[in-house]
Design a binder for this molecule. Structure first.
Ligand SMILES: [Zn+2]
Length: 116
């Protein structure tokens, strides 16, 4: 899978883990790399993308996508920035969409709680 930017890749990785209700963290950024591992040290989940030579874009080259850790229901990956990006079309198409309905939808679809 090819991603046009680090931001696009990070959003995809965050989305994957939010929907899967798993904790994840990024390793220190070396030379523009985006490397993600599970927050739980005993879990083997990881994604190591690589920048393509001579091209704009990143490709996931190494991965292990099976989490063996316990699901988290107060996922720190679920930020207002992520929610905004994920639900931007919905808000654009339904300007009268209420916050209470939005909270319900996030709880139902993602199994996560939105506090504010
Ligand atoms: Zn895990």
């Amino acid at each position: 899978m090819l991603f046009s930017s680090r931001q696009e890749l990070k959003h995809a990785i965050d989305t994957y883990n939010i929907k899967d209700a798993r904790g994840m963290r990024y390793l220190k950024n070396e030379n523009g790399r985006v490397r993600a591992i599970c927050k739980d040290a005993s879990c083997k989940w990881f994604i190591y993308p690589k920048r393509l030579n001579g091209e704009v874009g990143l490709q996931i080259r190494k991965w292990h996508l099976d989490h063996i850790c316990i699901p988290v229901y107060d996922n720190k990956l679920l930020t207002s920035t992520w929610l905004g990006k994920y639900y931007v079309k919905k808000f654009r198409n339904a300007p009268n969409y209420k916050l209470i309905d939005f909270r319900k939808e996030v709880t139902l679809k993602l199994g996560q709680h939105v506090s504010r």
